[in-house]
Design a binder for this molecule. Structure first.
Ligand code: 6PG
Length: 249
């Protein structure tokens, strides 16, 4: 387990520090291997960091031509829908970067059969990463958040997705175990083995509701009710947490 925990005074500083770290990592990976593959997180926390990547000075520093942008998870809604993770990333970042279309690979949501959307995305990843290590995609960076219930990506507690270890991409119906989840739609998500195989993971978390699940992720003891995000302890790469004081204590 290779955890780096950063606690900053406020969410704005978390976004600035995380955005800087993403650019620095991209520059390092392109210098070393000529390309940079990143899976974006959804939800609301990463929006501020994405916005910083879309404006000066960071937009000029990112090696966009060598960067391929994927998604760690998506809601089963149209990409134009307000709940779409692609829509959030497009509005905050993707619409501003060159050449946005060729290097961005959204998770498809145009089929009502969510399992077909997941299979399509896994097929796409298998093509894109076929020259990479063993039988898992080797993302240079996976961005993640954490939910108050301890989920990460769209691996929600009590769902089959949370324990899926053969597929690279699967689907999840969080409302089946948590009627309060918002939005109450099915999700497509990368699985734990894909997260474990990434060279780097960055977790952005702000707000008091993230403190409890994060404490259980960091605990050296096995909590009675371990959050799914505790899977991060099995990552082979470096996991860097960017937290504000409310979340990271
Ligand atoms: C999603 C995200 C999800 C998110 C957490 C935290 O599709 O909702 O991928 O895993 O990272 O739910 O969400 P917030 O950043 O909105 O707190």
């Amino acid at each position: 387990m290779n955890f780096v925990r950063n606690v900053f005074t406020d969410a704005g500083t978390v976004a600035r520090q995380a955005a800087d770290a993403i650019v620095n990592l991209a520059q390092q990976r392109v210098k070393a291997g000529g390309r940079f593959s990143v899976a974006l997180a959804g939800g609301s926390t990463p929006r501020a960091a994405y916005t910083l990547l879309s404006v000066s000075p960071l937009i000029q520093k990112m090696p966009w031509e060598q960067t391929k942008i994927y998604f760690g998870d998506e809601r089963l809604v149209p990409h134009t829908h307000a709940d779409s993770n692609y829509r959030m990333a497009y509005d905050a970042l993707l619409k501003a970067i060159p050449p946005a279309i060729e290097n961005v690979f959204p998770i498809p949501t145009d089929n009502d059969d969510v399992s077909l959307c997941a299979e399509f995305y896994e097929d796409l990843l298998r093509v894109h990463f076929q020259r990479r290590t063993d039988n898992l995609p080797g993302f240079d960076l996976i961005l993640l958040g954490i939910g108050a219930d301890g989920h990460t990506a769209s691996l929600f507690p009590g769902t089959p997705a949370a324990s899926e270890t053969q597929k690279w991409v699967t689907w999840c119906d969080p409302a089946s175990t948590n009627p309060n989840i918002k939005p109450a739609v099915k999700r497509i998500t990368i699985t734990a083995p894909v997260i474990w195989n990434a060279a780097n993971v960055i977790v952005m978390a702000t707000g008091a509701e993230k403190a409890a699940p994060l404490a259980k992720v960091f605990s050296e003891n096995e909590p009675a009710d371990p959050p799914i995000a505790r899977l991060l302890r099995k990552c082979k790469g470096q996991v860097t947490f960017f937290m504000d004081r409310e979340a990271g204590g």
